[in-house]
Design a protein around this ligand. Structure first.
Ligand SMILES: Cc1ncc(COP(=O)(O)O)c(C=O)c1O
Length: 421
């Protein structure tokens, strides 16, 4: 397709006409700028609101008004089992069995809960490998986890950095670092897609390398879930967690997600912190002593499900179910490829795209690193109705999301960037 790309509005609109996912755009609310939809490229940060959310929210409010506490069992979607609504749809998105996933808690909380299970260091095996420049919350989680067990983060955490003069990691460097750490390594904890560069890591190979030295492999999928098709079960990843407010469009602070491979959730020796929602369901209201974890990933739940927080999740997962990850990925690769090509036509502004150009190594995010004038360009984009995001020290991230962005959005972005002197 790349040879046929054209930097014209007509070409972009023709691509939209033949895009089978185009109608999904209508299912979302777009913020306005001068009475027009903004060019929204920030779905990697906060996804847009599905229009069905307000109806579904009202219906949940009605059930609360009508049933009070009885809503736990009598609501249209009973609150007692509300989280079960998501398992099948989430399992398809992350490539897992339905018992291996649960929508619960929030991302950083889940990261800590999962590390309580999978990071159990001893004098010999206590190190963690992660990518340098991981999202700060992940860095803080690793740092405080190792401190909790009395280790020095400078010794216990091995960060893999890009080679001199480069921005992204080489797969061979990651695999070598894992092999070199050998039996001192307790855990490989990587982002699926790095939030800053947009690099997608080979989770299958990382998992295999971790297992080879006897370590666990866990992933923060904040920027991967709903962006790139995953096969967590087949890759035998040990655990993963994610948030739902980015590509999964489930609203600010939306419920998080957990995956745990079935080998582990069915192993009672895997320690997990207990809460009543993770206890066996049949004993939940018996109020008895003794935590009996559910025989599924649901055992990492803590509190009763935050229903109002889950309404948007329900609405959005319906759209994912209708669109399907394969079609979303196909469009994503094409549209991101088009936007990348358009950006490469721009020579008067001082930026480079640091996201890998091979579709296998990225999702839909492109990170533009400015050597100069980055903040000024970002502000001009904003004045012209583009919503992107700025990440210190010098990157503008843009994400053409296949569920609601269009080729025309990409063209308009290019046109606005071209017009900045
Ligand atoms: C990669 C990554 N990890 C962790 C977080 C923190 O998420 P939360 O505030 O939901 O815990 C974010 C938030 O954007 C993120 O992008």
């Amino acid at each position: 397709m790349s040879n046929a790309y054209q930097a014209t509005l007509q070409y972009a609109q023709e691509q939209d006409e033949i895009d089978i996912l185009f109608p999904f755009r209508e299912r979302f609310h777009f913020p306005q700028h001068n009475d027009k939809d903004v060019h929204y490229f920030c779905g990697n940060s906060l996804g847009l609101q599905p229009k069905s959310v307000s109806y579904l929210m009202q219906s949940e409010l009605n059930d609360w008004a009508k049933y009070g506490v009885e809503g736990h069992f009598q609501a249209r979607n009973p609150w007692f089992s509300y989280h079960h609504l998501f398992s099948e749809r989430l399992a398809k998105i992350v490539g897992a069995k339905k018992d291996e996933v649960v929508a619960a808690n929030t991302l950083t909380v889940n990261l800590h809960l999962l590390m309580m299970s999978f990071y159990r260091p001893d004098a010999k095996r206590y190190k963690i490998i992660m990518e340098a420049g991981a999202f700060p919350s992940d860095q803080y989680a690793m740092e405080t986890q190792v401190r909790m067990y009395g280790y020095d983060p400078n010794d216990a955490i091995i960060e893999i950095t890009p080679r001199e003069g480069e921005y992204t990691l080489h797969e061979e460097d990651i695999l070598k670092a894992i092999a070199d750490a050998g039996d001192s390594l307790a855990l490989v904890m990587f982002g699926g897609v790095n939030y800053y560069t947009g690099q997608f890591f080979n989770l299958e190979k990382i998992t295999a390398a971790a297992h080879k030295v006897g370590a666990y492999a866990g992933f923060d999928l904040a920027h991967a879930v709903g962006n790139i098709p995953l096969k967590l079960h087949d890759w035998t990843a040990d655990f993963a967690c994610w948030c739902s407010y980015k590509y999964l469009n489930s609203g600010p602070g939306g419920v998080g997600g957990i995956y745990v491979h079935e080998h582990h959730y069915s192993n009672p020796k895997i320690f997990r912190l207990g809460g009543w929602w993770g206890n066996e369901e049949k004993g939940r209201f018996k109020m008895e002593k003794g935590f009996i974890p559910q025989n599924n990933a649901g055992s990492w739940q803590m509190s009763n499900a935050p229903i109002f927080n889950m309404v948007a999740h329900n609405a959005s997962l319906d759209l994912f179910e209708k669109a399907g990850m394969p079609a979303l990925r196909e469009k994503s690769e094409k549209m991101t490829g088009y936007l990348e090509w358009l950006l490469k036509q721009i020579t008067h502004l001082p930026f480079v795209i640091i996201t890998p150009s091979h579709p296998q190594h990225r999702g839909c995010q492109l990170s533009l690193l400015f050597t100069d004038r980055g903040r000024e360009v970002f502000e001009k984009l904003t004045e012209n109705g583009v919503v992107a995001d700025w990440r210190e020290p010098n990157v503008i991230r843009i994400a053409p999301v296949p569920l609601y962005n269009t080729y025309e959005d990409c063209y308009r972005f290019y046109e606005i960037l071209m017009s900045i002197a």
